[in-house]
Design a protein. Structure first.
Length: 759
């Protein structure tokens, strides 16, 4: 392969060892990485001139993963170790399913100024997992090689194994070509790397074995079967840089795969002909974002690319984008492309009000049409009104025409309002967006919360103030946070809630490898006191009660690391314990809803009163929707964190993706009737997108369905019934947008008939 001077220069910057002073070293004990989690005396940090990574040998890794994993990773600039940029960047043996583990060992295989090699050994059931981490002096990549060996007598089929990259901040650039794939085959991939990044750093995971992606490319898997005695090795590289520039990532990819390559270079200027400092040139391949490079202070850029056909355009923070231009890269050649006519930003001010009263409304504003930056540190595509500005937001935007979707309680309390805007450079466009609300549930004693929501701990990237802005814009009546194994955001959110005059539910997501649980409300800021990597269901329940929790919620119960899924596979330590209270409907795993409902209905058939709760599992409010599914509860007396939780525990609640339900008889209550006595169950129903249908569920089966397509946005339904034997009744309501609501049961006992089993 012919290497031209530009690529040689790029590789020299990226790969070449430094001269005499270059060295790599091991730091034993608490990591020197800023904000790192490997804080124990037995932990190891490996440092060279470009990066530092830490292994949690004694510290507990996140999510209940066994010790011996890479939990911290940071750039090093001029000898200074930067801030940790990952929460976990290591190997997963089978798609985040439970990790039964009995040992972990660590060995420093090589410790020299030129290279450090560390090996960790762990077991996953009957599989031995050996991981080798190697870092050379001057290199910006950690080589990771993981070998799985099946020591059992049974073949392990359909394993989904591989390296992962879970950043602790910033943004994620998915595998090129797979930007819309959350979980699926990598058949359309244009590369085999995923990049976490922000303006002043990047971390890239190169995974040449890639066959399947999970969690939007955070997980880089290969699906395989491991026969008894068989071994399989997964090799990848974690590359680190101190700027949000993907040119070094592509240069490494070219070298690793020995790809024929050429170079693209040029200068970016504004409409006035002056250079744009730090412009971003975005590269598209096959119509998909492929990479980008960041120019210098004089607007000049240079980037090596594999030979082939591309399109390129230039932009900058809140600046306009240039037109796409073809870029045919020829091996060994340099193509010059200059970009001009970038226009500087303007401002947009949006005021959102209740159409009926004129009162300001918290709102979410999303760009539906108009410039939406691929490189997310250049500008947002979703905004929220300010916490203290009364339904107002003002933002800088690239000049151009926009169509905006403005929402308060999106498709629950009201459909979104569409407004058009024309933003001009240097000017402010002001818009009014009145919203007509469908209903006022609190006036009828019903209050909503999103009972699974993260802020900025672990892999979540939402600062507490933005969590509050997003939840209030969703029309939620209580603020809620449930960070993984962390309570550090409780006090700041309590202060925000107090300022806004709304209740706050402090929670924590107890995160083991075999199940996740939300405990709430807990003592404000009280830290978790169990080791989630070595615990049982009994200990989890005891810890929730120690924290003061009124309820314990089983989160996403049927995903690979959900409690019910782990019970089904016999890998939940301690087995089944009925000491939990609620079962979650999780909008991030909406495909599981019917199966989760079937489990809940099975409990109810047995008289076990494990009721429903709902949460969106939002980690990033700019790319996920707070309150996408929510829980409405009817507390006794004033709404507080405790009264809301007690209403949930009593079954006075329902969960919804859209429809609103106001029952004549309260969910969770018991009707005691005589045999043959008639009774009615009546409900007021509303839906912002229009009602479609309602089904009455009896003992887990549909007793009656009504077509509501002609009912518009609200109606009353009544079901005449006769008491013959004990039973429970619940509703499933669907709106015209496909959103559903699922209720807790109304219990019926009949005199002389068998009572419900004692639970």
């Amino acid at each position: 392969m012919k290497l031209f001077p530009g690529l040689l220069l790029a590789l020299a910057v990226v790969l070449a060892p430094m001269m005499a002073a270059a060295q790599v070293r091991i730091v034993r004990g608490p990591t020197p990485i800023l904000g790192g989690d490997a804080r124990a005396a037995g932990d190891l940090t490996v440092v060279n001139e470009k990066l530092a990574f830490a292994l949690a040998i004694e510290s507990p890794p996140p999510y209940g993963v066994p010790r011996g994993a890479l939990v911290d990773l940071a750039p090093v600039v001029d000898g200074k170790i930067g801030r940790d940029r990952v929460v976990f960047a290591d190997f997963i043996p089978n798609n985040w399913s439970a990790w039964p583990n009995t040992y972990h060992r660590v060995e420093v295989v090589k410790d020299s100024p030129q290279e450090v090699v560390v090996r960790t050994e762990r077991d996953w059931g009957e599989v031995a997992v050996s991981t080798v981490y190697a870092l050379k002096s001057g290199e910006d990549q950690v080589r990771i090689a993981v070998t799985m060996t099946n020591g059992g007598r049974v073949a392990l089929a359909d394993l989904r194994s591989g390296l992962t990259l879970w950043p602790s901040s910033g943004h994620l650039f998915a595998v090129p070509g797979l930007g819309g794939v959350n979980d699926g085959p990598a058949a359309g991939a244009l590369s085999d790397r995923v990049v976490a990044y922000d303006e002043d750093w990047f971390v890239a995971l190169h995974a040449p074995y890639l066959e399947h992606v999970g969690y939007g490319s955070k997980d880089m898997y290969r699906t395989h079967t491991l026969a008894p005695g068989e071994s399989r090795t997964f090799e990848g590289w974690l590359q680190v840089g101190a700027r949000g520039d993907l040119a070094p990532v592509v240069a490494v990819e070219i070298a690793r795969r020995r790809l024929p390559s050429g170079e693209l270079e040029g200068q970016v200027t504004g409409r006035d002909g002056r250079p744009i400092p730090a412009p971003v040139v975005v590269i598209e391949k096959s119509g998909q974002p492929y990479a980008w490079t960041v120019g210098d202070a004089a607007g000049r850029y240079r980037m090596a690319l594999p030979a082939g056909d591309y399109r390129a355009y230039a932009t900058a923070k809140s600046y306009s984008e240039t037109a796409r231009t073809a870029a045919a890269i020829v091996a060994g050649a340099t193509l010059v492309r200059d970009f001009g006519d970038l226009r500087p930003p303007g401002s947009l001010r949006v005021s959102v009000t209740d159409q009926a009263s004129g009162a300001p409304l918290d709102a979410r504003i999303a760009i539906e049409q108009g410039q939406k930056p691929v490189v997310e540190f250049l500008g947002r595509k979703v905004f929220f009104t300010e916490l203290d500005a009364g339904g107002v937001v003002e933002v800088k935007l690239a000049p151009g025409d926009y169509v905006l979707s403005v929402a308060h309680g999106l498709n629950v309390l009201a459909p979104p309002v569409t407004v058009k805007a024309k933003v001009a450079s240097g000017a402010t466009e002001s818009l009014a967006a009145p919203i007509r609300l469908l209903a006022d549930p609190p006036s009828r004693g019903w209050y909503a919360a999103d009972l699974h929501h993260h802020a900025d701990q672990a892999e979540a990237v939402t600062p507490p103030a933005d969590l509050a802005r997003s939840q209030l814009a969703a029309g939620l009546d209580l603020l809620f946070v449930s960070d993984h194994d962390a309570t550090v955001n409780h006090r700041v959110l309590q202060a925000i809630a107090d300022r806004r005059g709304v209740p706050f539910i402090p929670s924590v997501e107890i995160s083991t490898s075999w199940a996740h649980f939300n405990a709430y409300p807990v003592k404000l800021g009280e830290p978790l006191a169990i080791d989630t990597g070595a615990t049982t269901i009994d200990a989890v329940i005891a810890e929730a009660r120690r924290l003061g929790a009124e309820v314990l919620q089983v989160n996403h119960p049927l995903i690979p690391y959900g409690y019910f899924a782990s019970l089904d596979r016999g890998v939940a330590p301690g087995g089944f314990n009925p000491g939990f209270d609620l079962i979650e409907i999780n909008s991030d795993n909406r495909g599981d809803d019917d199966k989760v409902l079937a489990r809940a209905w099975g409990f109810w058939n047995a008289g076990a009163r494990h009721y429903l709760a709902a949460g969106s599992d939002t980690h990033d409010v700019w790319n996920q929707l707070s309150g996408a599914v929510r829980t409405y509860a009817h507390p006794d007396g004033p709404v507080t964190a405790i009264s809301f939780a007690r209403a949930l525990k009593a079954g006075h609640a329902y969960v919804t993706y859209g429809p609103l339900i106001f029952p004549d008889r309260m969910f969770g209550e018991t009707l005691r009737l005589k045999a043959g006595q008639t009774f009615d169950l009546g409900f007021d129903l509303k839906a912002a997108t229009g009602l479609k249908s309602v089904s009455l569920i009896r003992q887990g089966a549909v007793a009656k369905s009504l077509d509501l397509a002609a009912s518009g946005r609200e109606t009353h339904v009544s079901f005449p019934l006769k008491a013959d034997t004990r039973a429970w009744y619940a509703l499933v309501v669907e709106d015209k947008a496909g959103g559903r609501a699922y209720t807790d049961p109304i219990w019926v006992e009949v005199a002389g008939a068998a009572d419900w089993p004692s639970t």
